[in-house]
Write a protein that binds this ligand. Structure first.
Ligand SMILES: *[C@@H]1O[C@H](CO)[C@@H](O)[C@H](O)[C@H]1NC(C)=O
Ligand SMILES: *[C@@H]1O[C@H](CO)[C@@H](O)[C@H](O)[C@H]1NC(C)=O
Ligand SMILES: *[C@@H]1O[C@H](CO)[C@@H](O)[C@H](O)[C@H]1NC(C)=O
Ligand SMILES: *[C@@H]1O[C@H](CO)[C@@H](O)[C@H](O)[C@H]1NC(C)=O
Ligand SMILES: *[C@@H]1O[C@H](CO)[C@@H](O)[C@H](O)[C@H]1NC(C)=O
Ligand SMILES: *[C@@H]1O[C@H](CO)[C@@H](O)[C@H](O)[C@H]1NC(C)=O
Ligand SMILES: *[C@@H]1O[C@H](CO)[C@@H](O)[C@H](O)[C@H]1NC(C)=O
Ligand SMILES: *[C@@H]1O[C@H](CO)[C@@H](O)[C@H](O)[C@H]1NC(C)=O
Length: 909
């Protein structure tokens, strides 16, 4: 054991010992041999230094100890043998003086910003074995006398966009070359025949250039070649037959060219070592030979976008196959036997991608699909003519992330087993091609949407349109809050209401349920689909397109739709919607297309926003509309009848009033004075209704900024802790000191709380409410979701600290004067009055307590923490409507004063 540890220590020390020795060697010849100093200085002079690069290259030390410089050799210890300056931020040019470093064996200047041409003088570096100039900004042609570097084994010139001209023929004269990268540049001309003389080459990469002409047969002479990368050029002609004769070849990439010809029958024996074969996007034709089954090392088989045809042969023996892509060819199946290849793929236990889309596969989709590898991640079979059911066994393929079977003629139900595919990101089951859509007799999926769909918690896209799905939209969609790209259920036979659970899909950008039999009202929760315009600015876009046309929806259009700051297109045509067109739709700054045609809408057409312009507006087929812009040719509206506000204060509001009273007692016991004051205030003008957040310039704050601003969420910056999150003091650039509420997303309900708070704050803006500055919806460094809200910082903390310290410690500084108490009470009442009476719909705070009342520098109150706030829907007939059911008290335990139990129902969930 001890011995083992000693050896370990020694092994660890060895590099340091070596380093010490080499430094000692260098300093043995401090000035005597200054041979390469001038060259290095000339090299340095041509380089523009950025942020201290090459700082160690100064006269106070021997050049052999300069960064990146290695001297060596037995007889010439002072000569530079290696120059390694990759990732040094070097700018400027490569000095031609480099040619004087004639002992150089390795030159690595990769990943810098070096400009200019490659100096032809590199041809003087006869001893050079390794040359790496990859990822710079070099331009011009590759100097032909680079071929004089007769010892060169590795030449990497890739990723220099400006390298032009053709590949010098002379490169064929470098007999020792093993690795040659001239990729991602602007090289033109043909591949020189002479390359075939590089008989030791193992890697040849000429991808992403403008090479033309055919691939020279001489490449077949590179008997050690393992990797040949020629993709993304303009190569034409046949693949030379010699290429199919390279028993050493592991990887062959010729995709994205204009090659033609067909695969030789003996493919399976001629390329015995092939692991990756990529021939996509060419003009290859003919059948795939059955000998392909002998390519026993094959991992990647990619021949998409060609004109291969015929029946695909069975491939059961390809045990390493991971990627099988034959998209966009002309392969076919007519009967069960011809599907054998698919059945055989079930033996390929490493298979991750199976893509046979855009071919001529007809007949019944084989049940053997269910036997595929559970490693399968992507299943793409769209645009074929397949019929039959989706096999129930698809639930076995638990690794699936993408399933795309659109544009086939599948029938039967969506199997309940789909719920087992919990890793699914994208599920496309739109059926029927365009012609089938016109003919109702065509096959399509039917039956209900299985409720197990709610298990697919990672879905980004769910597309089930144009089938004959029946029943209601399952409430379980509320679990699909990951849905962000689109949810398309349009053109089915779905009925019942649009579930309010749709409001849980907070990241959704496109929602389409047109062409169903949906009834009932449009749930106002739909506007939750975007939590807050601010979030949109932090990456989540929010609802952009909403398609509800051609259903049986009734009731009025929720004005909230105008509050979705991202909404650009709204389709509500061909429903039975009634009532007025909400003015809010006109104040939306994002809305570009609005189709309200063929409903029973009444009253005045707004004239602002989308209503200003006929281009995006359609309102025909509504017979009781008036007003609008003159181009609409609608009748004038009658004078607005003074619509008296229904002044009967609703139950919840009255109850909330009682709450206010309780607070007042709690704070100062000056209820009477306050009441008088409040009456006086009531005479004053009400605050303006909130306008849209989109009009405010909202700063964006990132996770990193918050992390930095709070010193990594340090204890020192902790301001308070609540059920759903922790509040920190933070300094953020351009904002100064702020308070950041970081949600604890492990805590169940905290997403909801974040959403509730955003949702409430989206609607409210008042002097006496804690001002939200921005929010952050992002991912932390562990890759987990991160949600935070940024508020103005309240230097005097919460009211609780004042009340408690004054009663418990009698601390002189922390007592509130009578005037202050009155001011604070007034502020709170103002805020609540605003929330209850001026907000449409009303907002109920539900968690009003001392700790949530914060004090500004001049001791005015701000009401904060809307984490469990409730928004009363206008239509709600009051909470007493559901007196039974599971009653759960919202809010902080311990706050709600006994005797005020009548306040409870307001905040039930
Ligand atoms: C490189 O060597 C040549 C002659 O061999 C000489 O003329 C030139 O000055 C040298 N350059 C540097 C920078 O040392
Ligand atoms: C010169 O290089 C040495 C390291 O080789 C470094 O410690 C020193 O700071 C450098 N001097 C200057 C003036 O940059
Ligand atoms: C050259 O630099 C690249 C990029 O950092 C590095 O991966 C490679 O190992 C280096 N090679 C030599 C021989 O210095
Ligand atoms: C490389 O060729 C250029 C001209 O093409 C010539 O000026 C230069 O001297 C040559 N360098 C060497 C080392 O032969
Ligand atoms: C060329 O660029 C592509 C895409 O940027 C990159 O994936 C590839 O690694 C590059 N090839 C070489 C040889 O640098
Ligand atoms: C390649 O090698 C052959 C001999 O094998 C020779 O005749 C030919 O000249 C070489 N080609 C080039 C371009 O050097
Ligand atoms: C393939 O290689 C064999 C020997 O390995 C040789 O006889 C034959 O000519 C080669 N075929 C082609 C087309 O290069
Ligand atoms: C109407 O909208 C279209 C596109 O939405 C736009 O191109 C056009 O300029 C607008 N016209 C007016 C008068 O605003």
């Amino acid at each position: 054991m001890l011995w083992f540890r000693l050896t370990r220590v020694c092994t660890c020390l060895t590099p340091f010992l070596l380093l010490l020795c080499s430094n000692a060697a260098a300093t043995e010849h401090p000035i005597a041999h200054d041979g390469d100093r001038a060259t290095l200085e000339a090299f340095k002079a041509a380089i523009v230094r950025r942020s201290g690069a090459l700082a160690s290259w100064n006269s106070s030390t021997s050049y052999c100890s300069w960064e990146g410089v290695t001297c060596g050799g037995h007889r010439h210890p002072w000569r530079v043998v290696s120059l390694r300056l990759d990732f040094q931020g070097l700018d400027g040019t490569i000095s031609p003086a480099i040619g004087n470093l004639t002992f150089l064996r390795s030159l690595n200047l990769s990943y810098n910003s070096l400009q200019g041409e490659i100096p032809p003088s590199v041809g003087s570096l006869r001893r050079l074995q390794y040359l790496n100039l990859q990822s710079n900004l070099l331009i011009g042609a590759i100097p032909s006398n680079i071929s004089r570097c007769a010892s060169l084994r590795v030449m990497r010139l890739a990723d220099n966009n400006g390298l032009t001209g053709s590949i010098p023929t002379e490169i064929g004269d470098m007999p020792l070359l093993r690795i040659l990268y001239i990729a991602n540049s602007s090289i033109t001309g043909a591949i020189p025949l002479s390359l075939g003389n590089l008989s030791r080459l193992t890697v040849l990469a000429l991808t992403n250039n403008y090479l033309e002409g055919s691939i020279p047969a001489s490449i077949g002479n590179m008997v050690q070649l393992r990797i040949l990368e020629l993709y993304s050029n303009s190569l034409s002609g046949l693949l030379p037959s010699s290429l199919y004769n390279m028993s050493s070849l592991n990887e062959l990439y010729v995709a994205n060219n204009s090659l033609h010809g067909s695969l030789p029958d003996d493919l399976g024996t001629s390329l015995p070592s092939i692991q990756r074969l990529d021939m996509a996007s060419n003009h290859f034709t003919g059948a795939v030979p059955s000998s392909i089954a002998n390519l026993s090392s094959l991992q990647i088989f990619e021949i998409a976008k060609n004109k291969f045809r015929g029946v695909f042969p069975p491939v059961a023996s390809l045990q390493y196959l991971q990627w099988f892509d034959i998209d966009l060819n002309e392969f076919e199946t007519k009967d069960e036997k011809e599907w054998e290849f698919l059945t055989s793929l079930a033996n390929c236990s490493r298979l991750q991608l199976l893509s046979i889309a855009w071919n001529r596969f007809t007949g019944k989709l084989p049940n053997s699909l269910a036997n595929m590898s559970s490693n399968l991640r992507e299943l793409r079979m769209f645009e074929n003519g397949m019929v039959g059911d989706i096999p129930f066994g698809i639930g076995n393929l638990v690794g699936l992330e993408t399933v795309d079977i659109i544009y086939n003629l599948l029938s039967g139900v969506i199997p309940e087993s789909i719920g087992a595919l919990t890793k699914l990101n994208r599920l496309f089951l739109e059926n029927n091609n365009l012609s089938a859509e016109l003919d109702a007799s065509f096959n399509s999926l039917d039956g209900p949407i299985p409720s197990s769909i709610g298990n697919l918690g990672e879905l980004l896209v769910l597309a089930l349109s144009t089938n004959k799905l029946t029943g209601v939209i399952p409430k379980e969609i509320k679990n699909l809050s990951s849905l962000s790209i689109f949810l398309d259920l349009s053109y089915n036979l779905l009925e019942g209401p649009l579930p309010t659970e749709i409001g849980s899909l907070v990241q959704l950008e496109n929602l389409a349920v047109s062409g169903n039999q949906l009834s009932g009202e449009i749930p106002h929760e739909i506007s939750n689909c975007i939590v807050l315009e601010m979030i949109a600015m932090n990456g989540i876009k929010g609802l952009i397109q909403l398609y509800l046309s051609s259903n049986k929806l009734t009731g009025s259009i929720p004005g909230d739709l105008g509050n979705i700051g991202s909404l650009q297109e709204l389709y509500l045509a061909h429903n039975n919607l009634s009532g007025p067109i909400p003015k809010l739709l006109g104040s939306s700054t994002s809305l570009l297309i609005l189709d309200l045609s063929f409903n029973n809408l009444q009253g005045e057409v707004p004239t602002e926003g989308v209503f200003k312009n006929l281009t995006g507006l359609s309102i025909t087929g509504n017979h009781e509309l008036c007003g609008g812009i003159p181009q609409l040719h609608l009748p004038k509206c009658p004078n607005p009848t003074a619509r008296k506000n229904d002044k009967t204060v609703s139950m919840p509001l009255r109850i909330a009033g009682v709450t206010i009273g309780a607070i007042l007692v709690l704070i100062s016991g000056l209820a009477l004075a306050l009441f008088l004051y409040r009456r006086y205030k009531a005479g004053m003008k009400k605050e303006q209704l909130p306008s849209h957040f989109t009009e405010i310039d909202i700063p964006i704050v990132s996770y990193n900024e918050i992390l930095k601003g709070t010193d990594g969420f340090s204890e020192a910056n902790l301001l308070g802790k609540g059920r759903y999150g922790t509040v920190y003091k933070s300094t953020i650039e351009n904002q100064g000191v702020v308070a950041v509420k970081v949600f604890d997303l492990q805590q169940s309900g905290s997403y909801k709380s974040f959403q509730a708070e955003c949702d409430a704050l989206r609607r409210v803006r008042h002097r006496c409410l804690l001002k939200i500055m921005t929010c952050c919806s992002s991912i932390n460094h562990q890759g987990q979701d991160f949600r935070a809200l940024v508020f103005e910082f309240m230097p005097n903390g919460s009211l609780e600290s004042w009340i408690h310290s004054s009663t418990e410690t009698q601390n002189g500084d922390k007592t509130l004067t009578l005037a202050q108490r009155l001011d604070i009470a007034v502020d709170i009442v103002d805020a609540l009055d605003y929330l209850h009476n001026s907000c449409q719909p009303s907002v109920i705070h539900c968690d009003l307590k001392l700790g949530n009342i914060l004090l500004t520098e001049d001791m005015r109150a701000r009401v904060g923490d809307f984490g469990i706030a409730r928004i009363l829907s206008e239509a709600a007939s009051g909470p007493s409507a559901n007196p039974s059911s599971t009653v759960r008290i919202r809010g902080s335990i311990g706050y709600i004063p006994p005797g005020n139990s009548s306040t409870l129902p307001v905040c039930f969930s």
